[in-house]
Design a binder for this molecule. Structure first.
Ligand code: WT7
Length: 653
């Protein structure tokens, strides 16, 4: 903490500043305007997208627990796909909308123009319509990072259907759970997904998932690799073949600003993943505006966000934000280390990328392979770098700045969440000098507050440390949890009345800069992906030999946090190395590879209070190898279990 206080300000070059959308005084003025008069501010910026029927009401927001209700531009109507495609045709029909870079570098890249995007999206929309998908229906997407994923999102938006993307790394069980919770009428998948030279069997996973779903769920299959799959007559549809036969134009459907655009499932501290609901008007305004300002995007730039469309980052900054702005956005099917650890930089050089946005975990992983992989590629096109997902550590920041940015690219550290739709705290490059490791200042219209965790009292002084809440709404905010508005209110508005509670802790320094200190709930951040410890625990206890399990995070060099599981076996079960491997495999099957425990410790007992509550604070300390400072253990029912856990701890690093 002390070194962050002293952190030097990093200024953008004069050249960068001279062409940036906003400068320092511009940021101050616009921010002030957005807070002093949000109605007027958002009335103006709400018009950056095309409305079919213009809105007359700007905002209608209630953060009071019990009556939480969030609406933006509520009487306006629009179509999101028309905003991302049709409205650009006059000026940039032949401009590349999407550059598709395949997993295998030997396969040629595709440059999809806005005109072609309209045709492919239309064809897919027509196929969906012919099979009965209509406005308000949910469609689950379980796809590789291929152009069809973009067409599918935009095709749903075009006909007013609500997409719900499930990351291709999730298991059949996780997929089934999401299909069922959203009551989807269809799944769009592909035969197999090539990544890093290997293939994930998406269709076969979908077949497994669908055995647990309603018989009425249709299955649209993109034959992408041509790999053999099973085929269920009457249920499965050859999507590409039908697109080829479908009409090349589909008229877009008028939807209300508050009609849902998508549902995206994300983990919380309790229970099963929640379906985060984003609506059409406010979300699109916010995604587009943050994309333009945070990345200082200018017409003609090539923008690359390395996320997967299965995460919100991919929704907002591969598809909706860039395309609403008429940008050229790059979509990459592969992984950073295939065929070697220079792939990202090779792709940047090949497509003359101007803005590059990735996660600290990827930077750390590449850093470990040494700078030679970077140095051999021409990165002169890069003007700006970004990060998201977790705080960036100084080593990774320096490496990114020196080797990738050559000391001339501002680095924007963007803090936000699935729930927020777009960046909430982020530097505006050229306008806000950065400090390595800090997400810096709020975006326009965002009012962060720091509260005392216990009392919930707002800390008014500039320097503050506590929990991070947001005092008022912004257009990109989630509106509800799919099918469970009560859970929405309880999760975000109950603990601290009148505020949106982010679940993160933070510190505000003397310059008013925000430093995110990590989750304050039972959520861990593994490689920039959010994982509920409760989810991993329930997967573990579903195994027949497991009596009890407790899962915590611990510092991990590459992933940020690793998954540490304490497992108590059923009486008489022998703990063996094979069993350890079995349990890891089990969790991968239940949830997916991202949930694989890194360390499993056999725990004859878990530290509990006399009322039976597991004391996670102690388990976290032991997992962090910081068992000297366990604090008060006097309330434990059986203090001796702690000694055993310390003695047999797994992380002695
Ligand atoms: C959580 C949200 C938003 C897309 C990526 C993850 C952490 C995110 C930062 C950052 C520090 C960050 C927070 C947040 N986080 N960005 N720049 N600095 N922490 O989305 O899965 O919804 O996770 O990621 O803890 O609450 P998500």
């Amino acid at each position: 903490m002390s070194d962050t206080v002293k952190a030097p300000l990093v200024h953008a070059s004069d050249e960068f500043i001279s062409r940036a959308h906003v400068d320092a005084s511009g940021y101050e003025a616009m921010y002030k305007a957005s807070i002093d008069n949000p109605e007027a501010f958002w009335a103006e910026h709400g018009r950056r997208i095309d409305w079919i029927k213009p809105f007359t009401k700007v905002r209608n927001v209630n953060f009071d627990f019990g009556q939480v209700d969030i609406k933006w531009f509520e009487d306006g109507t629009l179509n999101v796909s028309a905003n991302c495609i049709d409205r650009h045709l006059v000026t940039r029909g032949d401009q590349t909308a999407i550059i598709f870079e395949p997993d295998d570098p030997a396969t040629p890249a595709q440059h999809i123009t806005y005109k072609e995007l309209l045709e492919q999206t239309s064809r897919m929309a027509n196929v969906l319509k012919e099979h009965g998908v209509s406005k308000g229906d949910r469609v689950v997407l379980y796809l590789p990072m291929i152009p069809e994923a973009a067409y599918a999102m935009l095709a749903c938006a075009r006909i007013g259907a609500i997409h719900s993307i499930v990351f291709g790394g999730f298991s059949p069980d996780a997929l089934a759970q999401r299909i069922n919770d959203s009551e989807a009428v269809a799944v769009i998948t592909a035969d197999t997904a090539p990544r890093g030279g290997r293939r994930t069997a998406l269709k076969s996973n979908t077949d497994k998932a669908l055995t647990d779903c309603s018989d009425r769920v249709k299955c649209f299959v993109v034959k992408h690799t041509g790999d053999q799959t099973t085929w269920v007559q009457g249920r499965d549809v050859d999507l590409k073949a039908e697109m080829a036969e479908a009409a090349p134009y589909c008229a877009y459907t008028e939807v209300g600003a508050e009609d849902p655009l998508f549902v995206l499932y994300t983990s919380g501290s309790t229970g099963k993943p929640k379906g985060v609901v984003h609506t059409s008007g406010g979300y699109l305004v916010y995604a587009a505006m943050t994309h333009q300002y945070t990345f200082d995007y200018h017409d003609g730039d090539v923008f690359w966000c390395t996320a997967d469309v299965g995460w919100v980052t991919g929704h907002s900054y591969i598809i909706y934000g860039p395309l609403a702005n008429g940008a050229t956005t790059l979509m990459f099917e592969g992984v950073p280390t295939y065929p070697d650890a220079g792939r990202f930089w090779e792709v940047c050089a090949k497509h003359r990328v101007n803005q590059f946005y990735t996660a600290p975990t990827a930077i750390r992983a590449l850093m470990a392979h040494g700078p030679d992989h970077v140095e051999k590629h021409d990165l002169s096109s890069l003007r700006l770098l970004g990060t998201v997902g977790e705080p960036i550590n100084p080593e990774a920041w320096n490496w990114y700045n020196t080797h990738v940015g050559k000391g001339k690219c501002p680095i924007v550290d963007t803090w936000w969440q699935t729930e927020t739709g777009g960046h909430l705290i982020t530097p505006l490059p050229g306008a806000v000098p950065t400090k390595p490791g800090s997400a810096t200042k709020p975006f326009f219209g965002v009012k962060p507050v720091v509260l005392e965790a216990e009392s919930g009292k707002e800390i008014e002084s500039t320097e503050a440390e506590g929990v991070l809440c947001i005092a008022d709404s912004w257009p990109g905010q989630m509106r509800t949890v799919w099918g469970d508005h009560q859970r929405f209110q309880e999760t975000y508005f109950q603990q601290y009345k009148g505020y949106y509670f982010s679940g993160d802790g933070c510190r505000r320094d003397a310059d008013g800069y925000y430093w995110i200190t990590g989750r304050v709930d039972d959520v861990i951040n593994v490689s920039g992906h959010r994982m509920g410890t409760a989810e991993v625990e329930s997967a573990l206890v579903a195994h027949e030999v497991v009596a009890e399990a407790a899962v915590v995070g611990y510092p991990h060099e590459i992933k940020g946090q690793g998954i540490y599981a304490y497992v108590t076996l059923m009486n008489g079960v022998e703990p063996t190395e094979d069993l350890r491997k079995d349990l890891v495999k089990w969790v991968r099957q239940e949830i997916g590879p991202i949930a694989s425990p890194d360390l499993i410790q056999w725990a004859p007992g878990l530290p509990k209070t006399r009322s039976g509550k597991i004391m996670r604070r102690i388990l976290r300390k032991i997992a962090e190898n910081d068992y000297g400072a366990l604090g008060d253990t006097s309330t434990l029912a059986e203090p001796a279990v702690v000694d055993d856990l310390i003695e047999n701890r797994m992380n002695r690093g």
